[in-house]
Design a protein around this ligand. Structure first.
Ligand code: ADP
Ligand code: ZN
Ligand code: ZN
Length: 751
C-alpha cells in the first residue's frame, strides 16, 4: 500500500503529491497527518495523507512513512476536496489550503489534550466486604478519613481528581494512597475540557411559534435542494436569528450538523449566547480570541461529533462538521468574510463550494445584502427570502438627518447638534439608554496645525498618525511607530494644534458637560484590549449600569438591548469618501445597522445622523430604511460605469525601498500581463472585455518604509472571466521580481 502525501511546507517547489510506502502493520486513512522522511537528509516532517493507492507509479526510490501523528483523520473527505478547490480558486499551495482547516497548534504538536488524574471506586469492588473490614468489633471505624473518601466516591459516576477530593475532605492524601494500595480506588487519566465559556451559561430557550413571514422563510430553507444558496433579506429585528435556529434544529433532528458564521468577535457574546441557550453543549465556538488550548479542544469536540453546531468567525467555514446540512452566514455583506492572509479566500465563496461538496444548504442573511448577492438573488442564482417587517409590528426607528455645516453656521461648535443634544437629554430623563456611534474606519483623530495645515504623518508610511490622548502619543496603525506629541508645529512653530476626527474620549467629555452625572461606557480598541472586557462592557450596558454606550464600529451590529431607544451617529461621513467604489454601499450598510439598534422592543426608537452630506443617497435613504431603492440606484450606476458585479478587479502589488524599482516593476508587469490577457481574450473575440490595466502608486503610497505600487486590472465579468484570471495567475507565477507581492482578485480594500 502507498500513500500520496502533501508535505506541510508552503513552497511552490514542493507543492505536489509525494508517494510513500505504508508499513504493513500501519492503519492509515486519507485525511490523516503523518510524519515522513523528506529531502536528501531524510529530515522528518509533517504531512497530510491525501489518498491511498495500490501502485506507486514512480521509479524513484520510495521511502516509508514514519508514523501517523494522530490516531484519527484530521480532515474529512469533503474538506480534502474543498482544499483542492481552494488552491485553484485562490492560487495558493495545497499545504496552505490544508493548514487553514486544522488548528494551527496541531502542527508541530504544540498543544495537546490536557489531562487530569482522577479517582473512582474500582469496578467490581465488594463494597460490603470493604466496609466490614473498616470497622472494629465495637463498631468504631478504623480509618475515618478512608471511610469519608469512600462515601464521597460511592455514588454512580462519581469521579474526582485528588485535589478536588482534598478540597472536600482536607488532609485526605494519605487515605487516598492507602485506598489505592488496597485496590479500593482506581486511578485513570481523564481529559480536561478547556471551556471557552467558563460557566457563562445562558438561559435555556425553546423554539418560538413563528410569524407567517418567518414560517415561509423557514420552509424555503428546509425545502431547498442540497447545494442551493438562499439569501434571507430581513430588516433589523425581523427575526432572522430565530429562523436560523429552527433550521438548525431541523438539521440536528436529522442527525446532521450546522455551521454559523458571524462577522466579528464583538458579535459573538450575544449571538453565541442565543445559540447556546437553544442548543446547549452541542454548540462549539471558533474565533481568534480563544486560547490555543481552547481552540484545540473546541475543534476536537466538533471533529468527534460532540458539538454539531459551530458558531464562529470566517475560518469556521472549515470546521470538521460531519454530515453538514446547513451553513448560515449572518450579516453576509460584512467585509470581514474576506481573508487578508494567504489563502486570500472569501468565506462566502468557500461556503458555497463546501455546501455543494457536502450537499448542504447555504443561507446568506442580512438587512443590507451586498449588492452582488442581491443582484444574484434578483437574477435567479440565489433563492430570495424576505422578512420585510420587524417582529410584533415594532416600527422601524424614526431617523433624522442633521446637516452639521448649518449647525456650525448657526454658532454650534460642539460635537452634538442641538437636536441630538435635546434627544440625549430626553432619553436620559426617561431612564432609557442611548448609543453614540463614531464612524471611524479609514481615518481617525489625526493632528493638524491650525496655522499652516501641517499634518503629522508617519515617517515610514504615507498616512496620518493617530493621536492617543491617554498617553500623549502619536501612533501609526500600519507600522506601529509611536512618537511623543510635540507642543509646537514642526513646520511653523505655531502652538495651535487641532485634533481632527473625534475620539470616544472626547465624546465622553463633552457629554459629561452636556448632561452632568450621566453614566457612560466606552467601547473601542483602547478599552477592549482584554479577552473578556468586550463582553463585560456589553453585559454592564445591558444590565443598565450606564446610560450611554459610546463606541466605534464595534457597537454597530448585533446588539439587542430593549432599553436602547436612541442612536446618535456622531459623524457619518468618514466612510463616504474613500477611494473605493464600495464606500457608498458600506456607509448605507453601516448606518442601517446602527440605526437598527434603536427601539427593538415595545419602546419607539429614534436615530439622529449627523453629516456634512445630507443629500448623499447612502445617507438620505437610511431615513426610509429603503434598501431596495438604494440597491436600484447603486446597481444602475455600477452597470453604466462597469463596476462589480458587472466587472471585477485584480490587483498586483509591488513594494520596495526604492520608489523607482517598485514603479518600474509595476510598469513591466502591466505591459506583460496586458499582452497575455489580450492574447487570451482575442481567442474568444472578446478583447474589449479587458477594460483597463493601470499601473500607479497605491492609495497608501508608503508603508513601513516601503514604496507601494499597484497594477489594477479591470475586466468585464463574462463567461471568459475564469480563464482571464488564470491567465493573470500564470503570468504572475513567471514574474520573478523581488519586489512583487502577488495578485489578489477582488481585494476588499484597495489601500
Ligand atoms: P434579527 O436577527 O432579524 O435582527 P432577531 O432574531 O434578533 O432579529 O429578532 C428580534 C427580536 O424578536 C428578538 O428579541 C427575538 O427574540 C424576537 N423574536 C423573533 N422571532 C420571534 C417570534 N416568532 N415570536 C416572538 N418573538 C420573536
Ligand atoms: Zn504649522
Ligand atoms: Zn507607519
Amino acid at each position: 500500500m502507498f500513500a500520496r502525501v502533501i508535505v506541510d511546507i508552503t513552497n511552490s517547489n514542493v507543492d505536489r503529491l509525494f508517494t510513500y510506502s505504508v508499513p504493513e502493520d500501519m492503519q492509515l486513512s486519507p485525511g490523516q497527518r503523518v510524519l515522513v522522511p523528506f529531502g536528501r537528509g531524510n529530515r522528518p516532517i509533517e504531512g497530510f495523507v491525501i489518498e491511498l493507492t495500490g501502485s506507486a507509479e514512480t521509479t524513484h526510490q520510495i521511502k516509508s512513512i514514519i508514523k501517523p501523528l494522530e490516531p484519527y483523520t484530521v480532515l474529512l473527505p469533503d474538506q480534502l476536496k474543498l482544499s483542492e478547490w481552494i488552491c485553484r480558486a485562490y492560487h495558493c499551495t495545497r499545504a496552505d489550503s490544508l493548514r487553514g482547516m486544522i488548528p494551527a497548534t496541531l502542527r508541530g504538536s504544540r498543544v495537546r489534550e490536557k489531562t487530569v488524574r482522577t479517582l473512582r471506586l474500582s469496578p467490581g469492588l465488594d463494597k460490603d466486604a470493604f466496609l466490614a473490614s473498616m470497622y472494629k468489633k465495637d463498631g468504631t471505624p478504623r480509618a475515618p478519613k478512608q471511610l469519608e473518601v469512600f462515601e464521597l466516591l460511592n455514588s454512580p459516576g462519581a469521579e474526582y481528581s485528588s485535589p478536588d477530593i482534598n478540597a472536600f475532605i482536607p488532609g485526605a492524601s494519605a487515605a487516598i494512597t492507602a485506598l489505592i494500595k488496597k485496590g479500593v480506588l482506581t486511578e485513570s487519566d481523564r481529559e480536561l475540557y478547556r471551556d471557552p465559556f467558563r460557566g457563562h451559561d445562558p438561559e435555556p430557550t425553546e423554539a418560538l411559534p413563528l410569524f407567517p413571514d418567518q414560517r415561509y422563510a423557514l420552509e424555503g430553507i428546509l425545502n431547498a435542494d442540497p447545494g442551493e444558496v438562499l439569501l434571507l433579506h430581513g430588516v433589523t429585528g425581523s427575526g432572522k436569528t430565530e429562523v436560523y435556529m429552527q433550521a438548525i434544529a431541523d438539521a440536528l433532528e436529522k442527525g446532521s450538523g450546522a455551521i454559523v458564521l458571524v462577522p466579528e468577535i464583538s458579535l459573538t457574546p450575544q449571538t453565541t449566547d442565543r445559540f447556546r441557550g437553544r442548543f446547549g453543549d452541542l454548540v462549539a465556538v471558533l474565533h481568534s480570541h480563544l486560547s490555543d488550548g481552547e481552540r484545540f479542544d473546541e475543534w476536537r469536540r466538533i471533529r468527534f461529533g460532540k458539538a454539531r453546531v459551530v458558531v464562529g468567525a470566517r475560518s469556521a467555514v472549515f470546521a470538521p462538521v460531519e454530515k453538514l446540512s446547513i451553513i448560515i452566514i449572518d450579516e453576509e455583506h460584512e467585509t470581514s468574510y474576506q481573508s487578508e492572509l494567504t489563502p486570500k479566500y472569501d468565506a462566502r465563496e468557500v461556503a458555497q463550494r463546501r455546501a455543494k461538496l457536502s450537499g448542504a444548504r447555504l443561507v446568506l442573511g442580512s438587512a443590507t445584502p451586498s449588492l452582488t448577492s442581491y443582484y444574484r438573488a434578483k437574477h435567479g442564482k440565489y433563492k430570495l427570502l424576505e422578512l420585510p417587517e420587524r417582529i410584533n409590528g415594532v416600527p422601524m426607528p424614526h431617523v433624522d438627518i442633521v446637516d452639521m455645516r448649518q449647525e456650525f453656521l448657526s454658532g454650534n461648535n460642539s460635537i452634538f447638534s442641538s437636536l441630538l443634544a435635546e434627544k440625549l437629554k430626553k432619553t436620559y430623563a426617561k431612564h432609557e439608554q442611548s448609543i453614540l456611534f463614531l464612524n471611524r474606519r479609514g481615518y481617525s483623530s489625526h493632528a493638524e496645525c491650525k496655522a499652516c495645515g501641517f499634518v503629522f504623518t508617519c515617517p515610514n508610511c504615507d498616512v496620518a498618525m493617530t493621536y492617543h490622548k491617554y498617553d500623549g502619543t502619536l501612533r501609526c496603525h500600519y507600522c506601529g511607530a509611536a512618537y511623543r506629541m510635540s507642543d509646537k508645529c514642526p513646520a511653523c512653530g505655531s502652538e495651535f494644534i487641532k485634533y481632527s476626527g473625534i475620539g470616544t474620549q472626547q465624546v465622553e467629555e463633552q457629554l459629561a458637560r452636556l448632561i452632568p452625572g450621566i453614566r457612560c461606557l466606552r467601547m473601542d480598541t483602547d478599552t477592549t484590549g482584554g479577552k473578556t472586557s468586550h463582553r463585560e462592557i456589553l453585559d454592564a450596558f445591558s444590565a443598565g449600569e450606564a446610560d450611554v454606550l459610546i463606541g466605534t464600529q464595534m457597537v454597530a451590529k448585533g446588539l439587542d438591548i430593549p432599553n436602547v431607544t436612541l442612536v446618535g451617529v456622531v459623524f457619518a461621513d468618514s466612510t463616504l469618501f474613500h477611494s473605493d467604489y464600495r464606500s457608498g454601499e458600506r456607509t448605507f450598510q453601516l448606518l442601517t445597522q446602527v440605526a437598527g439598534r434603536a427601539g427593538r422592543a415595545d419602546k419607539e426608537g429614534s436615530v439622529v445622523i449627523q453629516t456634512n452630506s445630507p443629500n448623499h443617497r447612502a445617507i438620505r435613504l437610511t431615513t426610509t430604511h429603503d434598501y431596495k431603492a438604494f440597491y436600484r440606484m447603486e446597481i444602475e450606476d455600477r452597470m453604466h460605469t462597469l463596476f462589480p458585479p458587472f466587472a471585477l478587479f485584480i490587483r498586483a502589488l509591488f513594494c520596495s525601498e526604492s520608489e523607482q524599482q517598485a514603479a518600474d516593476a509595476a510598469g513591466r508587469f502591466a505591459d506583460g500581463v496586458t499582452e497575455k490577457l489580450l492574447e487570451c481574450l482575442r481567442a474568444h473575440n472578446a478583447e474589449k472585455e479587458l477594460i483597463f490595466v493601470m499601473p500607479g502608486s497605491a492609495p497608501i503610497r508608503r508603508r513601513d518604509g516601503e514604496y507601494r505600487y499597484a497594477v489594477i486590472i479591470k475586466l468585464a465579468r463574462t463567461k471568459h472571466t475564469a480563464e482571464a484570471i488564470n491567465t493573470v495567475y500564470a503570468y504572475a507565477d513567471g514574474f520573478n521580481e523581488e519586489c512583487f507581492r502577488g495578485v489578489e482578485v477582488n481585494p476588499q480594500e484597495m489601500l
